[in-house]
Design a protein around this ligand. Structure first.
Ligand code: ZN
Length: 389
C-alpha cells in the first residue's frame, strides 16, 4: 500500500453494512442518525465492485470497503486503502427527494472512486507525473460502470457535455495549459496537476485509446493484463502503452502503427489541433491540421498530432485514417459513383480530441442534414460552431 492511501478517521460514526456474494463487506460510516441516507450509494458501491471485478478480471483485494461521510475536506471524495471518504453532501441522500441530475453527478463520484481501488490503489503510479493515468481512466471508467449499472442515466450521451467540453475549455489556450504528462518536482506542486487537463483531457485520451484499439474486448483485455501484471507494484504511462502495443500487434499481426506512437504526442504536447476540411473537388477534400492557438502563439506553429480521422458521408459510408502530416488529400473517388453528390463529416462519433472546420457552403449542406446525425455528431457540429464563429 502506498503511504498516501493510509486513512485514519476519528469521530462518532454510525455503521451500517451489506455483504457481497463473495463475502466482501461494504460499510457506510455516517454521523449518528444518518445511516438510512447512505444506503442508496452503498448499493451502487456493491454493484460497482462486482462490475470492476468482472471488467478487470481481478478480485477486489480487501475484505471490506468503507464509505465514510465527512463534513469538510478539500476534494469531493478521496480513495484510500479500503476506505473512501466523501463529503456528506455527496454521499448522503434521499433518492425520493434529490434531483436526478444531482444523484447522477454523485453516483459518478462513487463509481470514480471505486475504480481507483484497482486503478491507483492496487496498481499505483511511480510518481505524480503520470497522474492522468489514475484520474483520466477513473473519469472514463465511471461512465462505463454507470452505463452498465444505471442505463437510464445515459452516461455516454452526457459525456461530451460533462467531460469533452471541459477538456476543450481547459486546453484551449497554449499559454495557459500544460501537457497531460507533466513533471511534478515535489509534492508541493501537486495541486497544479489536479485539474481538468489530468481529469477531463486524460479521460478523452483514454477514449481515444479505446477508439484506436477499436475492439471493446481487446481494450478490456489490455486494462486487465495491466492490472494483473502490476498488482501491488508501481507503474508509469509507458507500462500500460507497452501492454497495449503488444496485444494490438498480436491481434493485428503486426500491421498498423503502434498505439504508443499514436497517443504519446497527445500526452506529451499541450493543446490540441483544429482540422480544416476544404473541398477541392466533387469527391475530394484537403485536410490540414494546426494547433488551436496557432494564430496567437508562435510555439503552436510547430505542434503536430497523429489524428485519427473517423469520417462519415451523407450516404452512411464510414471509414478511418490517421493524419500524421500537416496536410493530406482525402478522396472518395474510388468509393463513390461519379454522379453521386456527397459531403463528408469528419470526427464522426466525436472520438478524437480536435475541432473540425468546414467552408461555409459545406457547413450549410451538413446543417440541412443535422436531423439524421447521431447525438454525438450533432453536438460536434454545434459545438464547433460556437467555438469558431
Ligand atoms: Zn480520482
Amino acid at each position: 500500500m502506498s503511504t498516501y492511501l493510509l486513512l485514519c478517521v476519528v469521530g462518532k460514526f454510525e455503521t451500517t453494512e451489506i455483504a457481497l456474494k463473495n463475502g466482501i463487506k461494504v460499510r457506510g460510516l455516517t454521523p449518528e442518525g444518518y445511516s438510512a441516507s447512505v444506503k442508496h450509494f452503498m448499493q451502487l458501491a456493491s454493484e460497482a465492485i462486482e462490475f470492476y471485478e468482472d471488467y478487470f478480471g481481478v478480485p477486489y483485494p480487501l475484505p471490506k470497503l468503507d464509505l465514510v461521510s465527512v463534513h469538510a475536506m478539500e476534494f469531493r471524495a478521496m480513495e484510500n486503502w479500503g476506505a473512501i471518504t466523501f463529503l456528506s453532501k455527496v454521499l448522503l441522500l434521499d433518492p425520493e427527494t434529490t434531483p436526478a441530475e444531482l444523484i447522477q453527478r454523485n453516483a459518478r463520484s462513487v463509481a470514480h472512486e471505486i475504480s481507483h481501488m484497482w486503478f491507483g490503489n492496487l496498481v499505483t503510479l511511480k510518481w505524480w507525473d503520470d497522474i492522468w493515468l489514475n484520474e483520466g481512466f477513473a473519469r472514463y471508467l465511471e461512465h462505463h460502470v454507470l452505463d452498465t449499472l444505471r442505463p437510464s442515466f445515459r452516461s455516454w450521451d452526457k459525456y461530451l457535455q460533462q467531460v469533452y467540453q471541459n477538456a476543450v475549455e481547459a486546453d484551449w489556450v497554449l499559454a495557459k495549459t500544460h501537457p497531460v504528462q507533466i513533471t511534478v518536482p515535489d509534492p508541493d506542486s501537486l495541486s497544479d496537476v489536479f485539474d481538468n487537463i489530468s481529469y477531463a483531457k486524460g479521460s478523452v485520451i483514454c477514449r481515444m485509446i479505446h477508439a484506436f484499439v477499436g475492439d471493446d474486448d481487446l481494450f478490456k483485455k489490455c486494462l486487465s493484463t495491466y492490472i494483473k501484471k502490476y498488482s501491488f507494484k508501481n507503474t508509469e504511462t509507458r507500462d500500460l502503452l507497452n501492454i497495449i502495443d503488444e496485444l494490438l500487434a498480436e491481434a493485428q499481426h503486426g500491421a498498423g502503427i503502434k498505439c504508443s506512437e499514436f497517443i504519446l504526442p497527445w500526452i506529451q504536447q499541450p493543446c490540441f489541433p483544429v482540422l480544416r476540411a476544404t473541398r477541392t473537388g466533387p469527391k475530394k477534400y484537403m485536410l490540414q491540421q494546426y494547433c488551436v492557438s496557432s494564430n496567437v502563439d508562435e510555439r503552436a506553429k510547430k505542434l503536430l498530432w497523429p489524428i485519427q480521422v473517423n469520417w462519415m458521408t451523407n450516404k452512411g459510408l464510414t471509414g478511418s485514417l490517421i493524419l500524421k502530416e500537416r496536410s493530406k488529400e482525402f478522396s472518395l473517388e474510388d468509393k463513390v459513383s461519379e454522379e453521386e453528390e456527397v459531403f463528408v463529416y469528419f470526427n464522426h462519433g466525436m472520438k478524437g480530441f480536435y475541432i473540425t472546420i468546414y467552408d461555409d457552403a459545406e457547413f450549410k449542406k451538413m446543417a440541412e442534414h443535422l436531423g439524421s446525425f447521431s447525438e454525438a455528431d450533432r453536438f460536434g457540429m454545434l459545438y464547433t460552431l460556437t467555438k469558431t464563429s
